[in-house]
Design a protein around this ligand. Structure first.
Ligand SMILES: [Zn+2]
Length: 291
């Protein structure tokens, strides 16, 4: 089935001479659109509302990647399907862009199940680098470099667009530094370990998570431990995420006297409003619990 679809979809033409860019998650797709402007056609592989930690690509998406010039990945083992995908598309002209190169990676955490996808090369690091705007700037640089390689005739456009985007991200970072600096609380409980780079950048502390390995529900013992932590730090909010059921967060919130708020590490509830809007939404949610 898979091979038939790839066969039908072969041939690289993607309308005009635009560069076809397949990207795993929305925040990186936003960067690719901003850097590429109307020179690129961007396809996000993980659909809104799905979790990248568990989503398996469909055969039709494999066919789309077979026609792409670039495959932009977050890296750090986040795209556990990437190696299999690249073998399946069998497109020697496809450039795979690992946007995590050069970023100092934090450990996944003691409870992370590194053998979850045993058939893939799982690096074991925490992949949520894009949630620190300073690291996102590094990722943007990799996207620019890949577009310049793929389409050198338009390098000037990519460089100009990137300069503008990096300025915005630098401003966003300073804005968050200023805002977080006024908060009276530093400790928070997250749904899954998505906010460790954010916390490192802004001197916050993710003291507990509800699901260390997203998609695997916590045991009663683990739930009780998070409730204890919530009480100890006097948590005003427990953070859930739109890609997962809020049930466990609701239980913990009820038993610790906190409320449930939503953080959205992928921006899927803010469709097409871009990375800056996503980060400002998350900072505002955290602010209502921590300021
Ligand atoms: Zn995650």
């Amino acid at each position: 089935m898979l091979l038939v679809l790839i066969g039908l979809a072969s041939g690289r033409a993607v309308g005009a001479d635009r560069i076809s860019v397949a990207v795993s998650i929305d925040p990186l797709a936003d960067f690719a659109r901003r850097v590429g402007g109307d020179r690129v056609q961007v396809l996000t592989l993980i659909p809104p509302g799905a979790s990248p930690h568990t989503y398996e690509l469909k055969a039709s998406q494999v066919a789309q990647v077979a026609r792409a010039h670039l495959l932009v990945l977050n890296g750090v083992g986040f795209e556990f399907w990437a190696d299999k995908l690249v073998r399946a598309v069998d497109n020697p002209a496809l450039e795979v862009v690992d946007t995590s190169r050069g970023i100092s990676i934090l450990e996944a955490g003691e409870h992370e199940q590194a053998d979850r996808h045993a058939d893939t090369d799982h690096s074991g690091g925490n992949p949520h680098i894009w949630l620190d705007p300073r690291q996102a700037m590094v990722q943007v640089g990799h996207i620019r470099d890949a577009l310049v390689r793929a389409d050198p005739d338009h390098a000037a456009i990519y460089r100009t667009n990137t300069t503008r985007l990096l300025t915005e991200l630098g401003n966003l970072d300073r804005e968050i530094v200023a805002q977080v600096g006024t908060w009276r609380r530093r400790q928070f409980i997250a749904f899954h370990p998505a906010w460790v780079y954010f916390a490192r950048r802004y001197s916050l502390e993710q003291v507990a998570v509800i699901e260390a390995s997203p998609g695997w529900e916590p045991s009663p013992v683990e739930l009780a431990r998070v409730v204890e932590t919530a009480k100890r730090i006097g948590a005003r909010a427990i953070f859930a995420e739109p890609q997962f059921s809020p049930k466990a967060a609701e239980t913990i919130a009820q038993e610790s006297g906190a409320q449930v708020l939503f953080l959205d590490p992928l921006g899927s509830t803010l469709k097409d409003r871009g990375y800056g809007a996503m980060m400002r939404y998350n900072v505002a949610q955290m602010a209502s619990a921590l300021r």
